[in-house]
Design a protein around this ligand. Structure first.
Ligand SMILES: C[S@@+](CC[C@H](N)C(=O)[O-])C[C@H]1O[C@@H](n2cnc3c(N)ncnc32)[C@H](O)[C@@H]1O
Length: 220
């Protein structure tokens, strides 16, 4: 089937799969397949490996990403989702904070051929440590799978521009293995509302990501 643009800027589909236009042609980041059509190379975006792709597949519609978007990304991991955002925000910047030196090595490799990716080895719980290397972004994205996810997101809201959008990917089991995931999501929602942001969307990411949900917020 033919690859066509979707309603989400920078995201394409061949009918069942999502794809992004490869900023680094010929190179696959995490084993995803590459597809050439009309002289343009696309990378398949795996919904089981990326919560942002799962968000779209689960009916998410808030899409603040375009060619020039600046993203502060907390928990860059090995660069899977970061690389797709780099395909989408081609003229923008993805500043990716990662605490694990091992994952950071992969992230660094991804950034070598992608000038819009700025990786920083650091702790998202201590935004004052990397604040001097970033400026307020138009999107704050967090996927750190550790305790106190909402509190850490809240601490980073100072690095989101007024009017900007935040995506908090919540892993329920990282907060409390015994808790009901829905209660974990609701507690995070209350905490963000208390921080003064407006909730735009709350979406469970099943069946692609078990016990995960996303909260999408707007900073006034
Ligand atoms: C679920 S993985 C990230 C996957 C990645 N977001 C993706 O979609 O490609 C979570 C990552 O967060 C990192 N992490 C956990 N706590 C962190 C913290 N306090 N600051 C920065 N990174 C953290 C972990 O080392 C891990 O690489």
């Amino acid at each position: 089937m033919q690859i066509r643009p979707t309603e989400w800027q920078g995201v394409y589909s061949d009918g069942s799969w999502l794809l992004t236009r490869n900023l680094n042609p010929g190179v696959s980041v995490y084993g995803e397949s590459l597809h050439l059509e009309g002289g343009v190379e696309y990378r398949r975006w795996d919904v089981n490996r990326s919560k942002l792709a799962a968000y779209l597949k689960c009916g998410g519609r808030v899409w603040p990403y375009d060619d020039a978007t600046s993203v502060l990304y907390l928990g860059g991991g090995n660069g899977t989702t970061v690389s797709h955002l780099s395909d989408i925000c081609r003229q923008g910047t993805i500043t990716a904070i990662e605490i694990s030196p091992r994952a950071f090595r992969d992230l660094l490799k991804v950034s070598e051929a992608r000038p819009n990716v700025l990786p920083i080895l650091g702790d998202a719980a201590k935004p004052e440590m990397y604040g001097n290397r970033t400026s307020p972004a138009s999107v704050l994205y967090q996927d750190i799978a550790q305790r106190d996810q909402a509190a850490i997101f809240r601490r980073n809201l100072g690095w989101l521009r007024p009017g900007g959008t935040g995506f908090l990917m919540i892993k329920a089991r990282s907060e409390d293995v015994a808790a009901n995931p829905v209660e974990v999501y609701e507690a995070a929602k209350r905490e963000l509302m208390a921080a003064g942001v407006r909730i735009l969307d709350r979406r469970v990411l099943a069946p692609y990501q078990t016990d995960h949900a996303v909260l999408v917020v707007k900073k006034p």
